[in-house]
Write a protein that binds this ligand. Structure first.
Ligand SMILES: [Zn+2]
Length: 168
């Protein structure tokens, strides 16, 4: 029984490779970043099991973008503060925008990328191609954009997520 208990850990989920991002989630991040302009947008990425989304692949698909709670942004100083991130088992990484359009992590970004598996930087002018994904070392990675059916109610801000969790 003790062995079963130790096997049943969320780390099993977390260790799964992120294989892509839902098209809807990417569009949401681009729109949220544009809406925040000229301020920086910061959010948390959450994933769901690929097979639960009907894909015949192992891995995790980014399906949710949540505004990081408590973040304060301005155009020049945009620092990601992971301590504000909710401790979410389904969290796979972060997304934030660079209003200056530079799709490269800053030194401050690199210092925080160690938390989470995938980090997306979105840049002005926030077109479909104006984003890039990085691993925890800040190296660019390929992230497939996947057309999956994610229910609309997957997109909520942190407060709404809290409410939903309470009501389940
Ligand atoms: Zn940055």
């Amino acid at each position: 029984m003790g062995l079963l208990g130790s096997l049943w850990k969320p780390t099993l989920f977390r260790s799964k490779e992120v294989i892509g991002i839902a098209d809807d989630a990417l569009q949401f991040a681009l729109q949220a970043s544009e809406d925040s302009h000229p301020n920086e947008y910061m959010g948390q990425l959450r994933g769901q099991d690929a097979r639960s989304l009907g894909l015949d692949r192992d891995g995790t698909v980014i399906t949710d973008v949540l505004l990081a709670p408590g973040t304060k942004t301005n155009p020049t100083s945009a620092e990601f503060k992971p301590t504000y991130m909710p401790n979410d088992l389904n969290s796979v990484g972060s997304v934030h925008s660079h209003p200056n359009g530079v799709l490269r992590p800053s030194d401050a970004d690199l210092a925080t990328f160690t938390k989470g598996q995938v980090h997306i930087i979105v840049g002005a002018p926030y077109r479909r191609s104006d984003w890039r994904a990085f691993d925890r070392e800040g190296e660019p990675i390929d992230l497939d954009v996947l057309s999956v059916d994610v229910p609309d109610d997957q997109f909520f801000d942190f407060t709404q997520a809290d409410i939903d969790r309470e009501m389940r």
